[in-house]
Ligand binder design. Structure first.
Ligand SMILES: CC(C)(COP(=O)(O)OP(=O)(O)OC[C@H]1O[C@@H](n2cnc3c(N)ncnc32)[C@H](O)[C@@H]1OP(=O)(O)O)[C@@H](O)C(=O)NCCC(=O)NCCS
Length: 275
């Protein structure tokens, strides 16, 4: 019996130039049917967690067990850092100006860059660079020193994933995340290579500087993202996804509070005019 030609296939026959304008492996859809990464959506609903869905969407892989737990932990850990965080303050100020909550969220997310909230991307790059040097047979301490020197030459003095404006002794999120990473290594769910690399970088910075520059949330989540096989750019995207939860909550709280046109400082504060 001849196969019934769906509308979509008829469109493919008729108009390949138009059909191939967007090419994706993520979603397939026709009237009354949605498939995500090959799975019918109704079979995913109620069956997989939100972190699993995020990973499935982004990579095509159904993440499970310890790796799923680590992904979820990274997403939980990075949700918020209060109105002192520029991204959160921006969202709160934006919503007080009367824009929609989506616009306020976009304002907050747009503040996440190499220095605030986006350093995870760079940290994964640095950790991968060290990993490649190890693969090339360089001795571990030397691999770290060479990679740091290379980073500084090309990208400047600040090493991504270390140091904090506020938590000078210890970012409380990092040891907990690394503890979970260690458990996953014990269970042989991940290799532990990147946590060893990140700790070696922390030690090298302490030795150089004579002060502790503790691994921050971007560094610790970068360890997880590198361990579970995330590319640098995706690491930043996942961090932004997590921080969006805090940005949403703060924008919502600020909207409910109803303050109009809230600026970065109380109105009684001035600024230093140098003109
Ligand atoms: C977050 C950050 C801006 C905080 O900077 P800060 O408040 O100036 O940090 P500190 O005052 O504790 O710095 C102490 C010293 O360590 C240096 N330092 C701080 N973080 C450093 C880093 N990541 N790499 C190298 N040196 C660093 C500072 O330059 C300063 O040196 P100095 O005494 O010679 O001037 C900074 O640590 C940074 O840019 N880190 C990298 C980016 C990053 O991971 N961002 C995510 C933050 S959650």
């Amino acid at each position: 019996m001849a196969k019934k030609t769906s509308k979509k296939n008829r469109a493919r026959d008729l108009d390949p130039d138009v059909l191939e304008w967007w090419t994706t492996s993520i979603i397939d859809m026709e009237p009354n049917r949605i498939k995500i990464r090959g799975h019918e959506i109704e079979k995913l609903i109620g069956a997989i967690s939100f972190p699993q869905m995020v990973w499935l969407m982004a990579t095509g892989e159904l993440i499970t067990g310890w790796r799923e737990m680590l992904l979820e932990s990274a997403l939980v850990a990075a949700v918020d850092h209060g109105p002192q965080a520029p991204s959160v303050a921006a969202a709160r100020m934006a919503v007080s100006c009367g824009v929609g909550i989506n616009n306020a969220m976009a304002s907050g997310v747009n503040m996440l860059g190499d220095i605030h909230g986006g350093a995870g991307q760079q940290a994964v790059e640095l950790f991968r660079d060290i990993s490649e040097r190890l693969d090339g047979g360089v001795e571990p301490n030397q691999a770290v020193l060479d990679a740091l020197e290379n980073w500084r030459k090309k990208r400047g003095g600040f090493i991504p994933g270390y140091g904090h404006r506020f938590h000078k002794e210890q970012d409380p999120r990092s040891p907990r995340l690394l503890e979970l990473v260690d458990k996953a290594v014990e269970e042989e769910a991940i290799s532990g290579r990147f946590s060893a690399i990140a700790r070696a970088v922390e030690d090298a910075l302490a030795a150089e500087k004579g002060i502790k520059l503790p691994m921050n949330i971007d560094g610790a989540t970068a360890v997880i993202f590198a361990e579970i096989g995330c590319s640098p750019i995706l690491a930043r995207g996942l961090f932004c996804l997590s921080r969006s939860v805090g940005i949403l909550s703060h924008a919502y709280e600020q909207a409910e509070e109803g303050t109009r046109n809230k600026g970065p400082t109380p109105p009684s504060y001035g600024w230093n005019y140098e003109g």
